[in-house]
Ligand binder design. Structure first.
Ligand code: ASP
Length: 492
C-alpha cells in the first residue's frame, strides 16, 4: 500500500495530497509523516503483523499513520470514534493489539479496556521530531499477502467482526476503482466518511493512485457542508443516500451556485431516483454513479460514469478482472434476469474474518470446481444480458405480502419520490407488525400513505406509517433498522 504513496511522491511530490479543517499536506509531506510514524512504531517495538488499534477522528494525522503502519508492516485497525466501550471491549479482545492510540476523547475509555494508551497529542510531536530529523524507516519486508488493515463491521452478528484486508486485495481494488471511476489528477475528492469505514479509507488510497487531493471532511458540521464543498473546490463527492438528501435539502435552501462537482458516487444503500434527479438539478452536468459493495470484497460493481443515466435501478458492472455470479440455493447459476444470491469472485475477495473461522467458512467459499475464492454476499440480485447487476436487497429485505414478492427497497424508493420526504425506511411484516414505513418529513402519515397508493400496487402499500422529525442512522449514515424496529415493537 505504501508503494502507492511512494509512486505519487516520485511523480508529483508537491501536488496537494490531503486536507482537513486544520491544513493541507503535499504528497511529499504526507509520505514524510508516514515514514516518521513507521519509525516511531518500530521504536516502540511494533513488528510486522502486529495490530495497531486507533480510535481517532479522521484527519491528516490518521492518513499519515495509515501509510506509516503499512510501511512498518503493522496491521492498521481504525475504529470509529463513536464506538462505545461495550463494542470496544469485544474488538480489543479480538484484535489483541500491540499498541493502542487514542485522543483526549477516546483515551479514557480505551485506557479502561486496553491499559496503556498512546495519546495523539503526546505522540504527534515525537513524530514531528522524527520527521524533522529525516528519520528513515527500514524496509519491513512487507509482502502483498500481509494483512494491511482490519475493518470492523457490525452487520448481521451481534459481535463486531473484522474483515481481513491484505495489501494485495486493497491495492487491486484501489487501482481498479480509480480507473473505472475515472479520477483525475486535478480532482478534489470531498470525503465525509471516516477512515474506520472502508468507503472513507479507500478514498485515501484512490486519491493517491490518481495523485489528486482528498478533503477529509468527516468532522465538518452538516450545515456548513456546501460551503466547505465550495471552498475546497470539490469535484468528486462520495455519497450515501442520507448524505445525498442532506446535500439536496441544503442546495434547495441556499439556491446559490454550487461547488464544481462533476461526480457523485453512491454506495452502502440504494440511492432513490428522486434524489438522483435532484442532485442533477442542483449540479448541472454532474454524473451520479450507482455502485454496490461489501467490505468483504471492497466494491463489487460500479456503473460506468458515462452510463449513469442508463438502466435505472442497475448498480453497475463487476470491477475489471472480477466476476459476479447469481446463484440459487444449491449453488447453481440462475438464468439471466432471475434473482439469486450475489456471489463475487476475483482478486478483490478478502481472505475472511479475523479469528472467526465459522463466519469465514459461511461467507467465503471456494468455487467448487476451480477452487478460486468466492464471496457469498448474502445479498440478492439479478444480472441482465449485458452483465449489469440489479440489487434486490439483503435476504431480510425481501418478503412476500398478499401473494406478491417485494423488497423494502422499492417501497422506500416510492416514499422518497414524494416531495417533502427526506428519508424513508420500510420494515417487512413480522409476527408483531404488518409492513411498516418510517419517513422523515413534515407531511402527515396520511398524506404519505395516500401518495404511496398512487405509486405502488395495493399489496405494497404499508399498513403503518410513522413520521419522524429525526431519523436514526448508523455510524455510516445507513438507516438504523434495529432502532426503528424497536420503536415499532416498543409502542402501542
Ligand atoms: N464496501 C462498500 C463499498 O465501498 C461500502 C459498504 O460497506 O457498504 O461499496
Amino acid at each position: 500500500m505504501h508503494a502507492l504513496l511512494d509512486d505519487a511522491v516520485a511523480k508529483t511530490p508537491d501536488a496537494p495530497a490531503v486536507r482537513d479543517a486544520a491544513g493541507r499536506w503535499s504528497y511529499r509531506e504526507l509520505a514524510e509523516y508516514g515514514a516518521a510514524f513507521a519509525v516511531w512504531l518500530r521504536e516502540r517495538g511494533v513488528r510486522r503483523g502486529d495490530r495497531v488499534l486507533l480510535q481517532l477522528p479522521t484527519g491528516r494525522e490518521l492518513a499519515a499513520m495509515f501509510y506509516g503502519a503499512s510501511r512498518c508492516g503493522a496491521v492498521f485497525v481504525p475504529l470509529n470514534p463513536a464506538m462505545k466501550s461495550f463494542h470496544l471491549r469485544q474488538v480489543f479482545d479480538n484484535a489483541t493489539p500491540a499498541l493502542v492510540v487514542g485522543d483526549a476523547a477516546s483515551g479514557p475509555q480505551l485506557a479502561e479496556i486496553a491499559g496503556p494508551v498512546r495519546l495523539l497529542a503526546e505522540l504527534w510531536p515525537e513524530v514531528e521530531e522524527l520527521r524533522a530529523r529525516g528519520a528513515v524507516a527500514e524496509d519491513a519486508g512487507v509482502e502483498p499477502c500481509d494483512v494491511a488493515t482490519l475493518i470492523y463491521t457490525s452487520g448481521s452478528t451481534a459481535a463486531p467482526k473484522a474483515v481481513i484486508c491484505p495489501h494485495a486485495q486493497v491495492v487491486f481494488a484501489s487501482r481498479a476503482l480509480t480507473r473505472v471511476l475515472g479520477y483525475r489528477a486535478e480532482d478534489v475528492v470531498f470525503c465525509r466518511f471516516p477512515m474506520s469505514w472502508d468507503y472513507g479509507l479507500y478514498k485515501v488510497l484512490m486519491t493517491c493512485v490518481a495523485r489528486c487531493e482528498i478533503v477529509l471532511a468527516d468532522r465538518d458540521s452538516d450545515l456548513l457542508l456546501l460551503k466547505r464543498m465550495r471552498e475546497t473546490g470539490a469535484t468528486v463527492v462520495p455519497l450515501v443516500p442520507s448524505l445525498a438528501s442532506m446535500i439536496v435539502t441544503l442546495a434547495a435552501r441556499e439556491g446559490v451556485a454550487q461547488a464544481p462537482v462533476r461526480l457523485f458516487t453512491n454506495t452502502g444503500a440504494a440511492l432513490p431516483q428522486a434524489t438522483i434527479d435532484a442532485l442533477r438539478e442542483h449540479f448541472p452536468g454532474v454524473r451520479v454513479v450507482r455502485q454496490y459493495g461489501q467490505t468483504e470484497a471492497k466494491r463489487i460493481t460500479v456503473m460506468p460514469p458515462l452510463e449513469d443515466g442508463e438502466r435505472p435501478g442497475a448498480v453497475g458492472l463487476p470491477l475489471p478482472g472480477t466476476r459476479v455470479l447469481i446463484l440459487d440455493g444449491e449453488g447453481r447459476e440462475v438464468p439471466v434476469g432471475e434473482v439469486g444470491e450475489i456471489v463475487a469472485e476475483g482478486p478483490h475477495v478478502m481472505p475472511g474474518y479475523w479469528r472467526s473461522p465459522e463466519l469465514t467458512a459461511k461467507a467465503f467459499r471456494p468455487d467448487p470446481v476451480s477452487g478460486r475464492p468466492r464471496l457469498h454476499t448474502g445479498d440478492y440480485g439479478s444480472v441482465d444480458a449485458e452483465g449489469y447487476l440489479y440489487f434486490e436487497g439483503r435476504r431480510d429485505d425481501m418478503f412476500k405480502r398478499k401473494g406478491f414478492r417485494m423488497s423494502t427497497l422499492e417501497i422506500e424508493g416510492a416514499a422518497m419520490d414524494i416531495p417533502g420526504v427526506r428519508a424513508a425506511a420500510a420494515l417487512p411484516p413480522s409476527e408483531r407488525h404488518d409492513l411498516a414505513l418510517f419517513v422523515e418529513s413534515d407531511l402527515s402519515p396520511r398524506t404519505v400513505l395516500k401518495e404511496l397508493t398512487r405509486r405502488l400496487e395495493p399489496a405494497k402499500v404499508p399498513a403503518i406509517c410513522r413520521v419522524l422529525s429525526d431519523f436514526p442512522l448508523t455510524q455510516h449514515g445507513k438507516n438504523a433498522r434495529r432502532e426503528l424496529a424497536l420503536m415499532l415493537d416498543g409502542s402501542a
